[in-house]
Design a protein around this ligand. Structure first.
Ligand code: FAD
Ligand code: DHB
Length: 389
């Protein structure tokens, strides 16, 4: 088989790139090692920047998001027993959209099927080859045979554990990493959110986040030790701990109910440079990971897609290589800004092993400055709604 672009990975970055390319008349095939239902079963991000919302519209996959997504004009920082609102819209004239990654993925898959795009699921041993040449190809096993797809370019959209980054000679890659000494224990439950906006809470017992997926579905997280066992956390224990970390007005209003998803996610910052190796491009989590504080992971995957799509579109329109030549530098500039923001939010909001009483006071002073200085609130809001592409 031959196509113009092989996309490895059918997560949000692979699917979004696929739809933008299809819309521009550029042939592409998506390969994933797992099935559609497995991908849709993963509960992850929930806050979309305007840039990503625009890309979903450009990809023709935004109708349901525009109907059911919740535009949010602000969020709260809770500390010292009180709530302090950050007026995103007032400070930046931009808002964010609360709409789950699972829904984004499902909408993109549906759009791909409607436009006749080919996705090969449950393909084993996927491997990119020859990407140091202008005739790369990808092999995979399915139905007892090894298949080969020849192409012009390979987009590695296969996440942190994928094969694309691992296929690059190790001496060609420079990696940067910070692992945080705690995780997030998250639950999803069909209960009304404790507040109509998100609450990020700094508390001596640890960080807590009250988010949502809709007006009837809540997504709550609490900071927990890395070695915590999920079996030790009944729903009641989770809600009790969440309540303790929230200001009284919210703790009193918390509606509880059975969770239908509960998981622990470790927190890390990771960047691999560069993001292009000949005719192979790394996109999204394949190239970088941020801790979830600030909701940047999915949005960064979308900005990578934007830069790569522009580069490929220009290449096929007039054989200009400027966009693909600049892809890595453009993407990494924005990646590092989001890595910095996510790191700073994580440091400001969590209890570290050495935070102690002094560290807690410093965090509270920083938060107090953030919410009382318009300059500082604006800087926070500008990063939260998403820096320009
Ligand atoms: P992925 O979503 O990881 O998709 C990669 C795809 O590639 C998958 O479908 C996978 O099956 C496939 N694949 C993997 N290996 C191979 C292979 N060898 N061959 C072929 N296909 C392969 N971000 C936020 O902003 N907020 C959050 O709350 C949040 N929570 C998260 C919780 C967890 C547990 C994780 C892991 C991430 C979370 N993120 C969050 C980050 C966000 O979900 C990611 O940034 C986003 O999914 C990146 O999209 P992607 O398409 O680049 O990668
Ligand atoms: C969600 C996750 C985040 O990391 C965040 O900052 C905001 C919301 C969520 O899953 O809803």
């Amino acid at each position: 088989m031959r196509t113009q672009v092989v996309i490895i990975g059918s997560g949000p970055s692979g699917l979004l790139l696929g739809q933008l390319l299809t819309g521009a008349g550029i042939d592409n095939v998506i390969l994933d090692r797992v099935g559609k239902h497995y991908i849709l079963g993963r509960v992850r991000a929930g806050v979309l920047e305007e840039g990503m919302v625009g890309l979903l519209r450009a990809a023709g996959a935004a109708d349901r998001m525009d109907r059911e997504g919740l535009p949010h004009d602000g969020f709260s920082l809770a500390f010292d027993g009180r709530d302090h609102r950050i007026d995103l819209y007032g400070l930046t004239a931009k808002r964010v959209m609360v709409y789950g990654q699972t829904e984004v993925t499902s909408d993109l898959m549906e759009r791909r099927e409607a436009t006749g795009g080919l996705t090969i699921y449950e393909a084993a041993s996927i491997a990119p080859h020859g990407f140091d040449t202008s005739s790369p190809y990808v092999t995979y096993d399915k139905g007892g045979t090894t298949h080969r797809i020849d192409c012009d370019f390979i987009a590695g959209c296969d996440g942190y554990h994928g094969v694309s980054r691992r296929s690059v000679p190790q001496d060609a890659l420079k990696t940067f990493e910070r692992v945080y000494p705690f995780g997030w224990l998250g639950i999803l439950a069909d209960i009304p959110p404790v507040s109509h906006e998100l609450i990020y809470a700094n508390h001596p017992r640890g960080f807590a986040l009250c988010s949502m997926r809709s007006q009837t579905r809540s997504r709550y997280y609490i900071q927990c030790p890395l070695d915590e066992k999920i079996e030790n956390w009944s729903d009641d224990r989770f809600y009790d701990e969440l309540r303790r970390r929230l200001p009284a007005e919210h703790a009193e209003n918390l509606v509880t109910g059975p969770s239908f998803e509960k998981s622990i996610a470790p927190l890390r910052s990771f960047v691999a440079e560069p993001m292009r190796f000949g005719t192979l491009f790394l996109v999204g989590d394949a190239a970088h990971i941020v801790p979830p504080t600030g909701a940047k992971g999915l949005n960064l995957a979308a900005s990578d897609v934007h830069y790569l799509f522009e580069g490929l579109r220009d290449y096929y329109a007039d054989r200009s290589t400027a966009g693909i030549d600049n892809y890595s530098a453009r993407a990494l500039k924005r990646v590092w800004r989001a890595v910095r923001f996510s790191w700073s939010m994580t440091v400001m909001m969590h209890r570290f092993p050495d935070t102690g009483e002094f560290g807690q006071k410093i965090q509270e002073a920083e938060l107090d400055y953030l919410v009382s200085s318009q300059a500082a609130s604006t800087a926070l809001a500008e990063n939260y709604v998403g820096l320009p592409y």
